[in-house]
Design a protein around this ligand. Structure first.
Ligand SMILES: [Zn+2]
Length: 100
């Protein structure tokens, strides 16, 4: 459990949490940059793209630490917001998907 909390603190304080905000549609894509890879998530749906989410959260387990860290980052105002125009949305999403 301790390790998990260290991870959370490192992620939240390391500016690893990014909100990609598309205008004018106001679509939002959240990403959390981990040690080895970047995951995207939707905190409103409680969705994350990581393995922990698929193997634990979906099976009734705890939220993965990405979802937890987004919630903490929102509370502490540690989110890095990057603004995009809607024209860039399709490219952005296909780049994300091809990464995983
Ligand atoms: Zn996750």
């Amino acid at each position: 459990m301790k390790k998990d909390n260290d991870n959370l603190t490192a992620v939240v304080s390391g500016k690893a949490i990014k909100l990609h905000y598309f205008e004018p549609s106001q679509r939002k894509i959240w990403t959390v940059v981990g040690k080895e890879n970047e995951h995207w998530l939707d905190p409103e749906l409680g969705f994350c793209s990581c393995e922990d989410y698929f193997f634990n959260t979906l099976n009734g387990g705890d939220e993965c630490y990405h979802l937890k860290s987004v919630r903490i980052a929102k509370e502490q105002n540690k989110v890095e917001v990057i603004r995009f125009s809607d024209d860039e949305f399709v490219n952005f999403v296909s780049a994300l998907i091809s990464d995983f």
